[in-house]
Design a binder for this molecule. Structure first.
Ligand code: FES
Length: 211
């Protein structure tokens, strides 16, 4: 049977580039795909000229996702963050000589990971313009990046978040899970990691209220 993948996709899948972790990353992100439940992590080091000097990724996705992660990390290395933000999944797919249409979301996942790592860097370094006060919707959007390890989907999609309140920089999140649950701590850490960097958030409180 003929492979649906181009030779370049297969080559980048078999010999992925820039795989790994940057321990002292300036920006990092984890993105999950609602379409398939896979996940990607992206780490960046940025120099004082706002250029990506190093980038690595880890993929828990398919061949298309790994190939896209490889190609976009190669493309983004040495690029100013403002240019790297503009890389699209279509650019990645073109660079790979095409992807089967059913696999477009795998490329989108890798691109989302790169953009989220850049946003994380910008937030941590006070570079976000148009600072709007954080609302429940903003927090909810962030929580779409927190995985529910029991399903591989995010905590919003799986209705694990019971309530969210935002008051004077304090974000309180109620999770529909017993605090003794084996994943409670991991979820709490992940929530804090995603919500704490928001520019006007001073404190994040996570409460578990399962029965
Ligand atoms: Fe999940 Fe490709 S099928 S990333």
């Amino acid at each position: 049977m003929k492979s649906p993948y181009t030779e370049k996709v297969i080559e980048y899948f078999k010999n992925p580039k820039n795989v790994g972790v940057i321990e002292d990353a300036d920006g990092k992100a984890q993105e999950g795909s609602p379409a398939c439940g896979d996940m990607v992590k992206v780490y960046i080091k940025v120099d004082e000229e706002q250029v990506i000097e190093d980038i690595k990724f880890e993929s828990y996705g398919c061949a298309s996702n790994i190939a896209t992660g490889s190609i976009i990390t190669e493309m983004a290395k040495g690029m100013p963050i403002d240019d790297a933000k503009k890389i699209t999944w279509q650019d990645a797919a073109d660079e790979l000589g095409g992807l089967p249409p059913v696999k477009a979301h795998c490329s989108v996942l890798a691109i989302d990971g790169l953009r989220a790592a850049i946003s994380d860097y910008e937030e941590r370094h006070g570079l976000i313009e148009d600072k709007e006060p954080t609302t429940v919707e903003v927090v909810e959007d962030r929580l779409k990046r927190v995985m529910n390890p029991m399903t591989g989907l995010d905590v919003i999609k799986t209705d694990l978040i019971h309530d969210i309140s935002v008051e004077e920089g304090v974000v309180t999140i109620y999770v529909d899970l017993d605090e003794e649950h084996q994943f409670a701590n991991a979820i709490k850490e992940d929530i804090k990691e995603k919500v704490e960097p928001i520019w006007d958030v001073k404190k994040v409180e996570v409460h578990f209220e399962g029965d």
